[in-house]
Design a protein around this ligand. Sequence first.
Ligand code: AMP
Length: 214
Amino acid sequence: MEAIILLGAPGAGKGTVAEALVKKTDLQHVSTGDMLRAAVKSGTEVGNKARSFMEAGELVPDDIIVGIVRERLEAGADDERVMFDGFPRTLEQARLLDEAIQDLKGYLTHVFLLEVPKDILVQRISGRRICRQCGAVYHVPNLPPVKEGICDKCGGELYQRPDDNEETVLNRLKVFEEQTAALINYYEQQGILVRVDAARTADATRDAVLAEMS
Ligand code: AMP
């Protein structure tokens, strides 16, 4: 197993760039946010535990997150290439991920830090719309669907994530600064951090990531 991480503040474009990478590579997209939203929707035990943290823009406790990630990795093929999006978000998660990768005899090859100025982050999050059916991400006005409110890919209904409201967004940015930014140093010390200007289009950011990996 080989892994890369997309690291960045909420709104940096991790999910959109991940989707763009999936189309061009064999990388398997592992988004803890998507996994948690699915768990909330289907009312599983994990979902019920996670819901209130997510609604407040707080981090879900590490043991829950590491549990779902380990389960996902253990179910994957030995030779799969994984792309983490939104994970890890704390130093503890990063340490536990290192352990899990070691146990699976895998490697973490690159950590891409998607860098975007704060004013653009806020603007991106407040315009974000997601397909209820397939999870595709749109943006009003940057990346609108052909037909308003309808997903181009599957015809599903587009919605705004409940945690994309202004108050929660500001808390999520604060949580990033307080808890996730420490990971930059952690991976810089391991010599695998790559900074990428992600203020441009998703395709341009994707190409910068691909150039580093080749
Ligand atoms: P995201 O879709 O990555 O922005 O995640 C949405 C929300 O899910 C976050 O604001 C957290 O409440 C929760 N979440 C997702 N990934 C993690 C993680 N690795 N650690 C803790 N909480 C997470």
